[in-house]
Design a protein around this ligand. Structure first.
Ligand SMILES: Nc1ncnc2c1ncn2[C@@H]1O[C@H](COP(=O)(O)OP(=O)(O)OP(=O)(O)O)[C@@H](O)[C@H]1O
Ligand SMILES: [Mg+2]
Length: 455
């Protein structure tokens, strides 16, 4: 049950209504953590006369081009067969489903629009993208392009962005709603639901004011106060957690758990997309018992649903990560990389974990990994520009980031990168990253210590 939010629900209802009538459009929900963006998306996604497609930005994939778009569209990709060949090819290539040149962004965006319009010939389509601040740039760029051209298709796009975190999401041309706190009566109703009959009106007032009506902060407050405090018979503590302080509250809660539980929470946080199997394998590698994941000790922080594990709230995830020391985080990423070793399709994700672990050569050896043997003179043939590109990408930069640093276009970066791959006799970014971490002297940024020089 959602309290308040009449204006927001009406705006979403208007968008869905006009989409049913063939005039699609987009709407962006922005706001602080816990303010209720996902809750509104969830309500919209229950529209059962729509084909609903959903995706959510995931930190571990935010550097992988088109990962979010793939999440959104994978269930309807069959429809690409009915698009003009160039568009279908662009989609297959963008999603890495076919060996081909990286397609131009414009072509991919046009193909996404065409695919959605194709899917919408049966029933209207609602695309829901949560946590867009963690989505990859190319996906959001394509979706923004699509959003500006929906007036003639029964397709609606709803996007939620957490304010002040992750990447800046470009939503030019999309109408936006900025969510503020619930009004005092709605805050009181939420508190009332949460704590039963014994809530004093004056306490409800105080909590509504001190939390600014942030639903998550209200829920936390209701859960952390005693029955006597809620009933107004005991005084309230000096300060009730505000939304900004919630993360700190979770960090505290996590630090009071057993070391094994903390290690598991960190693994789930570092893994980031909820694959219970991968987390479980990594846990075993670290000597932690994966069964603990589903135990009562973690029940207030984690939800396990079939093969998926998720935090009860995204703030718990960042708190679990923050609560850990840098070396524990590195160990977690290394264990996850190792857990993904057998999965060929996950090579990029694996490389990302290795990069997060800033794995030096010793750690690579510990995971059974080594830089591939290659002709030692191969890298000598790189031009200065190729070398710059190789260094940046080898340190984990996306094409976009490398482009921005070198004042080149992402397309030019891609061009140089292909040459680097050919000359270095490698075929993926992960191998390039490994070369950098293996301390290849040529790839060492000028003036930097190679990881192996200090060991
Ligand atoms: N209007 C509401 N009435 C009742 N409960 C609400 C309302 N809005 C949000 N909640 C509850 O508050 C909690 C936080 O909401 P939600 O997860 O939607 O926040 P969010 O804006 O998506 O936060 P984040 O940026 O961290 O993803 C959830 O448990 C949700 O069910
Ligand atoms: Mg959310």
């Amino acid at each position: 049950m959602l309290y308040g939010r009449g204006g927001e629900q009406a705006a979403i209802a208007r968008l869905l209504q006009s989409t049913r009538a063939g005039v699609g459009g987009a709407l962006v929900l922005r706001g602080e953590p816990g303010i209720g963006k996902s809750a509104l998306l969830g309500l919209a996604a229950a529209a059962d006369d729509f084909s609903v497609l959903r995706a959510a930005g995931v930190e571990a994939e935010s550097g992988l081009a088109y990962a979010t778009l793939h999440q959104l569209l994978h269930t309807v990709l069959d429809g690409a067969g009915r698009l003009p060949a160039a568009q279908a090819d662009a989609l297959w290539a963008a999603f890495g489903l076919r060996e081909a040149d990286v397609p131009g962004r414009f072509l991919v965006a046009v193909a996404v629009l065409a695919l959605l319009s194709e899917v919408a010939t049966d029933r209207p389509v609602l695309c829901v993208v949560d946590d867009a601040q963690l989505a990859d740039g190319p996906s959001m760029e394509a979706l923004a392009f699509v959003a500006r051209r929906l007036e003639v298709d029964p397709v609606a796009l709803l996007v939620a962005v957490r304010e002040g975190e992750g990447r800046e999401v470009d939503t030019t041309g999309m109408p936006e709603l900025r969510l503020s706190g619930l009004d005092p009566p709605s805050s009181a109703a939420l508190l009332q639901e949460r704590c039963g009959a014994s809530l004093a009106p004056a306490v409800a007032d105080t909590l509504a004011r001190s939390t600014g009506g942030n639903p998550l902060a209200l829920i936390e407050a209701a859960d952390s106060l005693t029955g006597r405090q809620l009933a107004g018979r005991d005084p309230l503590p000096e300060s009730v957690p505000l939304a900004g302080a919630l993360e700190a509250l979770y960090v505290e809660r996590i630090r009071h758990r057993s070391p094994e539980a903390q290690a598991l929470l960190l693994l789930v946080a570092a893994e980031g997309s909820g694959y219970l199997g991968v987390v479980g394998r990594a846990a075993s590698l670290l000597g932690a018992d994966p069964w603990l994941l589903g135990s009562a000790e973690l029940d207030d922080l984690l939800v396990i649903d079939g093969p998926a594990v998720a935090f009860r709230h995204p703030l718990v995830r960042s708190a679990a990560y923050q609560a850990a020391s840098p070396s524990a985080r590195r160990a977690a990423h290394l264990a996850l990389a190792d857990a993904l070793r057998a999965e060929v399709a996950e090579a990029d994700r694996r490389a990302w974990h290795l990069a997060q672990a800033s794995a030096g050569p010793d750690e690579l050896r510990a995971t059974g990994e080594s830089a591939r043997r290659r002709d030692p003179t191969a890298l000598d043939q790189l031009t200065p520009q190729e070398l710059q590109v190789a260094r940046l990408v080898g340190q984990g930069a996306t094409n976009h980031e490398a482009a921005a640093q070198l004042f080149l276009s992402p397309r030019t970066i891609d061009y140089h990168l292909r040459k680097v791959f050919r000359k270095a006799n490698i075929s993926s970014r992960s191998e390039l990253i490994r070369l950098v971490y293996a301390g290849d002297p040529l790839l060492k940024p000028p003036g930097a210590e190679s990881p192996s020089a200090s060991s």
